[in-house]
Design a protein. Structure first.
Length: 114
């Protein structure tokens, strides 16, 4: 990986951390520590490692990330938004009534990428 590629990933991770903090603040509740700590890993997975396509979220041969800690949903949602699954502004509906971005991710939410 070149220094420019690494710098780009670092910028994305910072944006993800920022949006995690904003979305949790707007929600009025949530756990920041785990999400902030996982931002670099989520960034690497969604921007360098996983075989996925935001334009075709149901791609049959896509990789599927299993995140077993539901309290890390804010960083998962931010990773999905920043990689293009849905508009970043939607992050700010975290934990709101009828939002697909609930406190724990669920495939029942019909959120692209979950």
């Amino acid at each position: 990986m070149t220094q420019d590629e690494l710098d780009n990933l670092e910028q994305i991770a910072r944006k993800i951390r920022k949006d995690v903090l904003i979305s949790i603040n707007k929600a009025g509740s949530g756990h920041t520590g785990g999400s902030l700590g996982l931002a670099d890993i989520i960034t690497y997975l969604y921007f360098r490692f996983l075989n996925h396509n935001p334009k075709n979220p149901e791609m049959p041969d896509r990789d599927k990330l299993v995140l077993s800690a539901g309290h890390l949903a804010p960083v998962l949602y931010a990773g999905l938004a920043h990689s293009g699954y849905f508009p970043i502004e939607k992050l700010y509906s975290l934990r709101k009534f009828e939002s697909p971005l609930q406190g724990h991710p669920s495939y029942l939410s019909k959120l692209p990428g979950l």
